[in-house]
Design a protein around this ligand. Structure first.
Ligand code: ZN
Length: 304
């Protein structure tokens, strides 16, 4: 297992971590500058942040600063109620895929969606099995497009508390079932590269830490023709957690055994970035962004 205690060369910052600072929301160009100034080598930006800053301008800034991406957030939300909304979903995912290519991301992260309308508080139905079928259908279609572009898709299973409104793929086992069914060869037809699968997973500690099958499923992810683990996201689970979405903890402040989790992931051969992703309305978003980044660096050395 890699030694993270001496430097932060494998730290990436998910840019949501410093996006909503009180009084001074940080735009993406400022986040990128602040990361580069601290020797942080990678980031994972969100589509709305990139849209606000401009896609071409962001790609140029990333390159000029010598940054890499550890992922691009995000595609997915595949469920629909009629053919018009299905087409809108597909069009939006193609745009996300093309943006990921322009930014030279290593993968497009997928939050797959759940009951249509639920995120807006108006679920169209109660048929979770239908939602899961539409998700499988949507990924099956998108992976064809992803293969042609050489851009891997990373399914991110979300904690089951989001099964109604954000993602009805809730365990690593479920995500890997989809990978193995929809991308059995785990390779690109177009590029000829077999080093990365066309379809893999993003392992986010916050979403999967509780799973009794976690160790076995992480090992399973590494056993196929190519390692399915395309991203590792870290933060902590606070006790108590006061908000389902925006009360993630800084590494070391909660109950997730992050070094153990990272050990399992690295035992598969994963040697990529460890991406800090913290949505924290009441704590870290209330602080100066520079303080947050400095704390991420220090905790990443000590607690991940
Ligand atoms: Zn994540």
């Amino acid at each position: 297992m890699r030694d993270f205690s001496q430097d932060h060369r494998w730290l990436s910052i998910n840019t949501a971590t410093v996006r909503k600072q009180r009084g001074e929301p940080w735009p993406l160009p400022k986040i990128l500058d602040a990361c580069a100034a601290r020797g942080i080598r990678a980031v994972s930006p969100w589509r709305d942040q990139v849209a606000a800053a401009g896609l071409a301008a962001t790609a140029a800034q990333v390159k000029a600063l010598g940054l890499e991406l550890s992922g691009y957030c995000r595609g997915g939300l595949f469920t629909y109620t009629d053919s018009a909304s299905q087409q809108a979903v597909r069009d939006d995912n193609l745009r996300a895929l093309d943006e990921a290519c322009t930014l030279d991301a290593p993968c497009l992260v997928l939050v797959v969606g759940a009951l249509p309308g639920a995120l807006a508080g108006r679920p169209a139905h109660r048929d979770l099995a239908l939602a899961r079928a539409q998700v499988a259908e949507g990924i099956a279609w998108l992976v064809g497009e992803a293969r042609q572009r050489g851009m891997p898709l990373a399914i991110e299973p979300l904690h089951p508390m989001y099964a109604a409104d954000r993602a009805c793929v809730n365990t690593l086992a479920q995500a890997l079932d989809l990978c193995e069914a929809l991308d059995p060869a785990a390779g690109y037809a177009a590029s000829g590269s077999s080093a990365r699968p066309a379809l893999g997973v993003a392992v986010d500690a916050y979403h999967v830490w509780w799973d009794p099958q976690l160790e076995a499923q992480i090992a399973r992810a590494g056993r196929g023709p190519a390692n399915r683990i395309l991203a590792l996201h870290v933060c902590d689970w606070l006790v108590p957690t006061t908000d389902l979405l925006e009360d993630r903890g800084m590494m070391g402040d909660g109950v997730i055994d992050l070094p153990r989790l990272r050990g399992w992931v690295e035992a598969t051969g994963y040697a990529g970035y460890s991406e800090v992703e913290i949505f924290s309305k009441a704590n870290w978003w209330q602080r100066d962004g520079g303080e947050v980044l400095d704390t991420c660096i220090e905790r990443h050395r000590r607690c991940v």
